[in-house]
Design a protein around this ligand. Structure first.
Ligand code: IPM
Ligand code: MN
Length: 342
């Protein structure tokens, strides 16, 4: 029995995850869903904890996790995201954040010259260290002499393993992105690990860009990228940029993955979108494509492909939400995809 932990979370997560579950149900694969509905901002506000040790154990025992989004306008403390999403990334050692982007139709490109915009790449974001490590402190807090430190952690093993993952999935090129012209220690470590990784994978074409130049190149020549590998923060930012170039965050998927255990937490890139939440208008495609990504990783390759094809045909036909040029709501768009799936 394959058990999927389901964490709809906040905002539009509550609306799009059920659509993904309906698609999975229709496929009749006998997946069991363990829904952790209580992991949300309401619980955090009421009790100070949204994700308990027991929850983490339940998720760890499952075969994969389907995540919606976390984030709520009432919560401003970073402790909330750190206690849920980042906790899962760290404790389950989901050290890869794999964020594929491919533009499904030229008309969805935000670029004036859409022909140039045929992006088809993967942002491989280091997901277990960097600025997200939570190491640092503050002095003289809440005074005009305040000093705040967040230490960027870069380890030889952490950087080497994410580089190797990037080489492992690349089809034509690996582009490593850092800021080693300005950030001395982490920069040197990434450069050394990069040189070693290239020696381990001598047949692969490689490129190096500083992160500012990478942002520019993503806009000027998006089709020129295959795999971009970078640290946690640069990956967070560049993956949103790439997603927008690939038709918008309404369709962008990601998986937080431990390649050794194979465990993945599948997460739409769009977040909780408080401005759309509760109105039934959010695009369910990212959540549904996350489910497809999960099916592929669980070995249900044909079903994953069928879901992707059904999504592509409904979007092509304009049976989709307004962000993709249609006029359907969340439930209608989900139903259209399921009807197409047959
Ligand atoms: C993401 C999100 C998270 C991140 C937030 C919610 C902490 O933006 O998954 O990209 O920064 O990693
Ligand atoms: Mn992000």
């Amino acid at each position: 029995m394959t058990v999927i932990s389901v964490l709809p979370g906040d905002g539009v997560g509550q609306e799009v995850v059920p659509e993904a579950l309906r698609v999975l149900d229709d496929l009749g694969l006998g997946l069991e869903f363990d829904v952790l509905d209580h992991v949300n901002a309401g619980a955090y506000l009421a009790t100070g904890t949204a994700l308990s040790d027991d929850d983490v154990d339940r998720i760890r025992r499952s075969d994969a996790a389907l995540f919606g989004a976390i984030g709520d306008p009432r919560v401003t403390s970073p402790d909330y995201a750190r206690g849920v999403l980042l906790r899962l990334r760290f404790e389950l050692d989901l050290y890869v954040n794999h964020r594929p982007v491919s533009l499904p139709a030229e008309r969805l490109s935000p670029l004036k010259d859409a022909k140039r915009g045929a992006i088809d790449c993967v942002v491989v974001r280091e997901n277990s260290e960097g600025l997200y490590a939570g190491i640092g402190g503050a002095l003289r807090q809440a005074t005009s002499h305040e000093v705040a430190l967040d230490v960027e952690v870069n380890t030889h093993s952490g950087v080497s393993r994410i580089l190797d993952y990037a080489f492992g999935i690349a089809r034509s090129e690996v582009c490593m992105v850092d800021k080693s012209n300005a950030v001395p220690n982490g920069g040197r470590l990434w450069q050394r690990c990069w040189a070693d990784a290239r020696r381990r994978h001598p047949a692969m074409v490689t490129r190096h860009l500083y992160v500012d130049a990478a942002a520019m190149r993503l806009v000027s020549d998006p089709a020129g990228f295959d795999v971009i590998v970078t640290n946690n923060s640069y990956g967070d930012i560049l993956s949103d940029l790439a997603a927008e170039l690939g038709g918008g965050i309404g369709i962008a998927t990601s998986v937080n993955l431990n390649p050794s255990t194979g465990f993945g937490l599948y997460e739409p890139v769009h977040g909780s979108a408080p401005d759309l939440a509760g109105r039934g208008v959010a695009n369910p495609v990212a959540a549904i494509l996350c489910a497809a990504l999960m099916l592929g990783d669980l070995g249900h390759t044909a079903e994953a492909e069928a879901v992707r094809a059904a999504v592509a045909r409904t979007v092509e036909a304009g049976r989709c939400t307004p962000d993709l040029g249609g006029s359907l709501g969340t439930a209608q768009a989900g139903a259209a995809i399921r009807a197409e799936l047959g």
